[in-house]
Write a protein that binds this ligand. Structure first.
Ligand code: UDP
Length: 325
């Protein structure tokens, strides 16, 4: 089988490419970003890398025409971008998705769309199942532009599904692991790890009682592969995640302990980190029944075990970076 992964050089995309390559499939990776996470596949004759943006409609059309299955992951992701450059988030995420779906419809290729737990916003009814409401703040709060962009993408998926296109929507819950973002940047795990490995203060936003369900990347990828392969997944949405809930305060303590760091944990007001255009999500927990029943996957990697692998990866990266200076 031949698989196109848009955003295939990113965190999830690079792991998804590895998973399909190890099944013996062919992978085309379309990405406009850094090659750091995929260069280990450059010698593999079943791996093709195309450096281009998902907004290049002619390129997307040509690549979609060559494959059996499309994973659309190319997107602007990360809270720092939602508040710093909402235009890029909305433009790439909404227009990129339309371009991919238009090509998939033309060539009749199944699309697995990478969405997000952020779609549920701050719905207080926990846990969230796939048909639950979206509860978002004002459009004056830039944080919600990502949620809105992905929800628009989901609507486009289901509009095309009505026209006969096979689509699957995956909502990821705080996936972490090796190759996540880069130390000090992106999501909370890499920010805390950058601080812990350098023995700097760990910046917990607010009082640290907000919760997340951290999902180890291998679990998320197993579910994602099944979503592409299983006929019964078509036309559905799946929460992809663990349902073990941790506070951000817990996460900070675990990272300090597991990395052997000297860091102290400090509490900082959210405006100081993200400015006025940010609102936090107080609790985020998926109902994972559908993932388990239809995709046959449980996200069972314990947080401590996943964090150990992630810490080992980033510690080595830091050592390599320091050796290169
Ligand atoms: N967070 C934190 N300190 C930081 C960065 C993030 O306490 O330096 C918190 C953030 O306020 C949120 C949680 O960690 O409650 C997860 O943030 P992330 O940016 O990873 O993504 P989110 O889950 O909010 O989409």
């Amino acid at each position: 089988m031949k698989v196109l992964i848009t955003g295939g050089a990113g965190f999830l995309g690079s792991h998804l490419a590895d998973a399909f390559l190890s099944r013996g499939d062919n992978v085309i990776c379309l990405d406009s970003g850094s090659i750091a996470k995929i260069k280990h596949n450059f010698d593999n004759p079943r791996f093709t890398y195309v450096h281009d943006t998902v907004l290049n409609e002619a390129m997307v059309d040509s690549l979609v025409g060559q494959v059996d299955l499309v994973y659309h992951l190319a997107a602007v992701v990360g809270v720092e971008h939602y508040v710093a450059d909402p235009y890029a988030v909305l433009n790439v995420n909404i227009n990129g998705t339309q371009i991919v779906l238009r090509a998939a419809y033309k060539h009749n290729k199944k699309v697995v769309f990478s969405s997000t737990s952020e779609v549920y916003g701050r719905n207080p009814k926990i846990p969230w199942s796939e048909d639950d409401d979206r509860v978002l703040g004002s459009t004056r709060i830039d944080r919600w532009c990502y949620s809105t962009s992905k929800a628009a993408g989901e609507h486009f998926c289901f509009a095309y599904h009505k026209l006969g296109l096979p689509v699957v929507v995956l909502r990821y819950f705080n996936v972490y692991g090796p190759r996540l973002d880069a130390l000090d940047r992106g999501r909370v795990v890499t920010i805390f790890l950058g601080q812990a490995l350098r023995n700097r203060p760990i910046t917990v936003v607010g009082d640290g009682s907000q919760t997340r369900c951290f999902t180890y990347v291998d679990d998320a990828i197993r579910a994602s592969v099944e979503a592409g392969l299983r006929e019964e997944a078509v036309g559905r949405i799946f929460n992809i995640g663990s349902d073990r809930e941790y506070t951000i305060g817990d996460l900070a303590e675990k990272i300090v302990r597991l990395s052997g760091s000297q860091s102290e944990i400090v509490f900082v007001p959210q405006e100081k980190v993200y400015g006025d255009s940010y609102e936090d999500v107080p609790r985020r927990v998926p109902d994972v029944t559908l993932m388990q029943q239809v995709l046959g996957v449980r996200a069972e990697t314990p947080l401590e075990e996943g964090l150990r692998c992630t810490i080992d990866y980033f510690r080595k990266q830091l050592e390599d970076d320091e050796a290169a200076v």
